[in-house]
Every structure is written in structure tokens, then in C-alpha cells.
Design a protein around this ligand. Structure first.
Ligand code: ADP
Ligand code: MG
Length: 249
């Protein structure tokens, strides 16, 4: 039996300035279940980031509602790793715990253990400038995990990286999230990234965003994101989503 962790119903969002109104989201409804990895794909400007901003409480919806099934801690990871260059990797990862007053011996050891488990143990006392873009994104993920979030929101988290690093870090991020048993909602404009990483893909129409379709991604030999791209069903999902997005070139 799947446990529902989040229910989103008929979300709407309009942005106003002095003269104009921008309708960003028209009607967004979906459910998220415990330990699911769900991607939200859609063209640039369709309101993907706005959905995550609303879920995290940074923006207020204009209409509609969303409800978490329990009191959840949310971890938010953005495209820009925004690591502080003057802090070591460990100090960067401890920042959320410091801000929330939860830094103690036990929570610090948890972060050290995460860094060690995910190949960053030797870099703990180094500075971000000595790391590759992919490693920095891994640090950003561990910084997010440090506060023990129940649900992770990832906004185009790999977009700033070159293609090769992006594939590798997608594998890393996927493995870490699954290993740690987290629920994740990732927004991306990259259809292949969404299919290869997700249990479900929610397709959003161009602005004002509505839910166009939702796909359960069922691949024979489902394994890691890189390998998932080789599954025979992969291109079928790709074609369907491409068509749903109705891209005009
Ligand atoms: P996406 O992440 O899918 O590219 P966004 O959620 O960032 O799209 O934005 C959706 C639409 O809402 C865009 O047209 C954008 O310009 C507009 N928008 C987003 N944030 C604001 C804001 N704070 N004020 C005004 N307009 C905004
Ligand atoms: Mg965005």
C-alpha cells in the first residue's frame, strides 16, 4: 500500500505588477507518495519553479490547496549549488543545521558519515573551488540532506553542468536519494533526464501551466538513470512526452 505524502489540488498562481498580470499556473493537481521520485517536465516559463516555490512556502498560491500528510521537513536544491567559497565542504554542509539551531555532535557526525559514504570524505576540509561541478552538486545535495528532509525539491539541479557530468551526477543523485529512502520532486525541462530518473513524470503545458499528462515510468530492467536510457520503452515515453509538450521549432 502506497502512502500519500502530498496532495496538490487545483493550484493557480498569478503574478501581478503595477500594470500587468502574469498567469503562471492555471490548474495543477497531483499526488505524491512516500519514497517516490517524481519529475515535473515542461517548457521554460511554464511555472515549474513556481510549483516548487509554492510547495516550499516561499510563494503563496492564488487559489487551490496542497496538503502534506504529516509535518514534513523540506529540502530544496537549486540549479546553482550556491556553496560559500570561504567555507570548507564540511562547513558548507553544516550550514542548515547551524541556521536551524540543530548543530550538535550527533548531527555533525551524520553529515560526516554522508560525506564519507558518498565519496567526499577526502574533500571535507577542502574548499569548493577545488571541486568539479559534479562534485559540488553532490555536496549541495548532502548539505540539503543534512537537515534530514522528508521530501526533496530539486529545481533543475543538474542544468548548469556539461552533458557528461550531468549524466554522471544524475546517477549519483538518484542513488543517494534512493539509498537514503527520500521522496523527491524534481523539475526539469529535460525529457530524457525526467524519464531516466523517475517513477512518475508529470507533464505541464506551456504557460499558464496545467497538468497535461502523468506517466508511470515502467521500464524492463529498470536500474540506474544512465542504464535506464538504454531500455526499450525509453524512446516510447520520450515520444509521448515530446508530443504532449507540443514543441514548435
Ligand atoms: P519555469 O520554472 O517553468 O521556467 P517559472 O515558474 O520560473 O517557470 O515562471 C513561470 C512564469 O511566471 C514565467 O512567465 C515567469 O516570468 C513568471 N514569474 C515567475 N516568478 C515571478 C515573479 N516573482 N514575479 C513575476 N512573474 C514571475
Ligand atoms: Mg524554473
Amino acid at each position: 500500500m502506497k502512502n500519500k505524502i502530498l496532495s496538490v489540488k487545483n493550484l493557480k498562481k498569478c503574478f501581478h505588477d503595477k500594470k500587468t498580470e502574469i498567469k503562471a499556473l492555471e490548474d495543477i493537481s497531483f499526488d505524491i507518495y512516500d519514497k517516490e521520485f517524481v519529475s515535473i517536465v515542461g517548457p521554460s516559463g511554464c511555472g515549474k519553479s513556481t510549483i516548487l516555490s509554492i510547495l516550499s512556502g516561499l510563494e503563496k498560491q492564488s487559489d487551490g490547496e496542497f496538503k502534506f500528510s504529516k509535518d514534513v521537513t523540506i529540502g530544496y536544491m537549486l540549479q546553482d549549488d550556491s556553496l560559500f567559497f570561504w567555507r570548507t565542504i564540511l562547513e558548507n554542509c553544516l550550514i542548515g543545521l547551524e541556521i536551524t539551531g540543530k548543530l550538535n555532535e550527533e548531527s555533525k557526525n551524520y553529515v560526516i558519515q554522508l560525506l564519507q559514504t558518498y565519496g567526499l570524505g577526502d574533500f571535507m576540509n577542502k574548499y569548493p573551488s577545488s571541486l568539479s561541478g559534479g562534485m559540488r552538486q553532490r555536496v549541495a545535495l548532502i548539505r540539503t540532506l543534512a537537515i534530514k528532509p522528508d521530501i526533496l525539491l530539486l529545481d533543475e539541479a543538474m542544468s548548469a553542468l556539461d552533458y557528461q557530468s550531468r549524466l554522471a551526477i544524475s546517477d549519483d543523485i538518484y542513488k543517494i536519494i534512493k539509498n537514503e529512502g527520500k521522496t523527491a520532486i524534481m523539475v526539469t525541462h529535460d525529457i530524457a533526464e525526467a524519464i531516466s530518473m523517475s517513477d512518475r513524470v508529470i507533464v505541464i503545458s506551456k504557460r499558464p501551466g496545467t497538468v497535461k499528462s502523468i506517466y508511470d515510468i515502467e521500464l524492463s530492467n529498470k536500474s540506474t538513470p544512465i542504464n535506464n536510457r538504454k531500455c526499450k520503452e525509453f524512446s516510447l515515453y520520450y515520444d509521448k512526452i515530446w508530443r504532449d509538450l507540443d514543441v514548435h521549432i
